[in-house]
Ligand binder design. Structure first.
Ligand code: KG4
Ligand code: ZN
Length: 339
């Protein structure tokens, strides 16, 4: 079964071809970072227009790199939500039209399902069930994953997501967009312990998160004095440590609560080196394994959508009737095995 995957939920256009016999055949991602950089964040209308420009050439490129044609494709999977409505519509309309033209199924895929299944594309994949820590720009969630479509929400952020906190804090520290990678780079040259920042909800006794107060705490530190470059790096390091401390503590608690031995980390913040280091250490100390997607598949991409589509198709999911609706807001725990 060969599934073409299309991702266009935000500021990356991703296309991939996944073959259930041989694995990932090709995947390409076009990032719009340069397009949005001068605005300091994603401009939805610009994002949609760029997806329109990029999508068909990227599909041609993936088919060429796979040595395949559209005739070889058995199904087309696309991100139907959550995300930016206009951006989602570009991927949905291209996928549905191409699928209709060939009378093959078009499969609407949940973006976060793509992220959380993406570690299964690596050479040493986890098996079900596992606990997933989903840390993207818009979501911070802990889920118990029993199988494809079996997602139980254990806890989530009550306000900002971890990635959003990285991005907003980076912006107020004068770092460019996207902030997460830049802030974590700055943090690597700083020392923790020189600034005091809270660890929000660390001892709340549940698996909820709250990150919006952290950026305010950073703002307070910055307004009290003019920081040297070294102090800015120290502040970045402390911010990163605060986010990582909470993510690690709650992940450890979730693994223990579910009585499982596998933790899957997915979403853009999963690329953070300090988070990986501390989760690995916690796993070693407490006897659970931590799985990550390959670095290139941590942030948004078409491979995870193609892969989720292939698993859903194998599980008996059916395509719609050609009519489609994107879902800019779409709780992951609301989807089922047969969706
Ligand atoms: O999963 P993703 O690519 O897109 C969404 O679905 O949101 O995640 C993007 C988020 C952004 O907030 C970005 O700043 C963050 O992931 N991010 C990082 C790192 N790389 C990406 N945050 C912290 N450290 C990183 N190295
Ligand atoms: Zn994402």
């Amino acid at each position: 079964m060969r599934v073409l995957g299309i991702e266009s939920s935000c500021d990356e256009t991703g296309v991939a071809l996944y073959d259930s016999q041989v694995g990932l055949r090709a995947h390409v991602v076009h990032t719009q970072v340069d397009l949005h950089a001068e605005y300091g964040g994603v401009v939805p209308e610009l994002a949609s227009r760029d997806h329109i420009r990029r999508l068909l050439p990227l599909i041609r490129q993936v088919l060429r790199e796979s040595g395949a044609t559209l005739e070889d494709v058995d199904a087309i999977a696309y991100t139907a939500g959550p995300g930016l409505a206009g951006a989602l519509l570009v991927g949905a309309s291209v996928a549905e039209s191409l699928a209709a033209s060939r009378s093959i199924p078009a499969l609407p895929i949940h973006h976060l399902e793509g992220h959380l299944l993406s570690p299964m594309l690596s050479a040493d994949p986890p098996g079900f069930p596992f606990v997933a820590l989903l840390v993207s720009g818009g979501h911070t969630q802990l889920m118990r994953v029993g199988g494809v479509g079996d997602y139980e929400l254990l806890g989530e952020s009550l306000d900002d997501a971890a990635g959003e906190a990285f991005d907003k804090t980076a912006k107020l520290m004068g770092l460019g967009y996207p902030g997460g990678p830049q802030l974590s780079r700055l943090a690597e040259s700083g020392c923790t312990g020189r600034f005091k920042l809270p660890r929000p909800m660390l001892n709340s006794g549940d698996l909820s998160f709250s990150f919006s107060g952290l950026k305010t705490a950073v703002l307070v530190q910055m307004s009290e004095r003019v920081l040297s470059d070294a102090q800015r790096a120290d502040l970045a390091a402390e911010f990163q440590a605060a986010v990582v401390d909470v993510l690690v503590a709650k992940s450890v608690a979730a693994v223990a609560r579910c009585g499982l031995r596998q933790l899957v980390v997915a979403g853009g913040v999963g690329a953070n080196r300090e988070l990986r280091r501390q989760l690995d250490e916690a796993g070693r100390a407490r006897g659970f394994r931590v799985f990550y997607p390959e670095m290139a598949l941590c942030t948004d991409n078409g491979a995870m959508i193609a892969f989720a589509g292939a698993l859903r198709l194998a599980g008996g999911s059916h395509a719609g009737d050609g009519a489609f609706a994107v879902k800019p807001r779409w709780p992951l725990s609301s989807i089922t095995v047969t969706d």
